[in-house]
Design a binder for this molecule. Sequence first.
Ligand SMILES: NC(=O)c1ccc[n+]([C@@H]2O[C@H](COP(=O)([O-])OP(=O)(O)OC[C@H]3O[C@@H](n4cnc5c(N)ncnc54)[C@H](OP(=O)(O)O)[C@@H]3O)[C@@H](O)[C@H]2O)c1
Length: 293
Amino acid sequence: MTTVALLGTGIMGAGMARNLLRAGLGLRVWNRTREKAEPLAAQGAVVADGPAEAVAGADVVLTMLTDGEAVAQAMAAAVPGLRAGQVWAQMSTVGVAALEELAGFAREHGLVFVDAPVQGTRGPAEAGTLVVLASGPADPRLDPVFAAVGGKTLRAGEEAGAATRLKLATVGYAITLTAAVGEALALAEGLGVDPELFAQAVTGGPMDNPYLQAKMKAVLERDFAPSFTVHGAEKDTGLIAEAADRAGVAVDLARATHARLHRAASLGHGAEDMAAAYFAGFADAGQDLPIRR
Ligand SMILES: NC(=O)c1ccc[n+]([C@@H]2O[C@H](COP(=O)([O-])OP(=O)(O)OC[C@H]3O[C@@H](n4cnc5c(N)ncnc54)[C@H](OP(=O)(O)O)[C@@H]3O)[C@@H](O)[C@H]2O)c1
């Protein structure tokens, strides 16, 4: 039986953990805030006190943490439990620069490094229908793992980094779309238009799509329970700007969205769903903010 160590049981990691357990895989979990990992024990997971204890003896290590820094810290703490030859699928969204550093850490410790960010949010993580974007070695030890957490694995290339680049393009689309929905609704309200009328005008027509419906519902019902937080989306638009700068691509929408997300976070909406970018429409409108690094 494949034994998996999962570092990070936040919104995404918790759903993924339950699907790994449902698939019958041995699972050892660690989360910085232990209480978030503890409910998984009832379903058969071993809750470890630290990253080293979690990874010791595991065939596969998965990281699903906020950003590159969190992953680097957790993996540094895991060193006493790591052994050469273990496969490490890095599934968090960390961006191109951090990905290179993490790949270097893997080389240093003899780990088989797979760049494997995911597309899909809380619902697909809970349903086991994420799209795993994978690049690096196609290690068979990951087959049952990706099958458990995902509905599909898309090979993005042979070299680690290719999947992260693809992830930045897909998440940029999702985040800017969400910001566009929020901006349109704020504009409607600001112009004295009933937002329900906006909803009626776009629903069922060529501008309609499931993302519009989900994020519009969040705004209209003022239900910002997070699938992906404003803080997370702010982080990702920063990573997109970083990658675009390296590549010489102008990402005006990602930059403007980053500014709106930053403004929403500074108004106290950082831990809410990224649909709360809507609130940026009502404070310091028009003021652009620099990309935070
Ligand atoms: N939510 C989505 O829709 C979605 C979709 C695709 C990809 N992603 C990516 O998946 C990753 C996780 O996202 P999420 O939505 O699950 O976020 P989340 O619920 O905020 O979980 C973040 C996790 O990272 C941990 N963490 C943060 N800083 C840490 C540090 N310095 N050291 C150790 N652990 C640390 C948190 O621990 P605590 O519990 O102690 O805070 C928690 O386990 C991110 O890279 C995100 O961009 C998210």
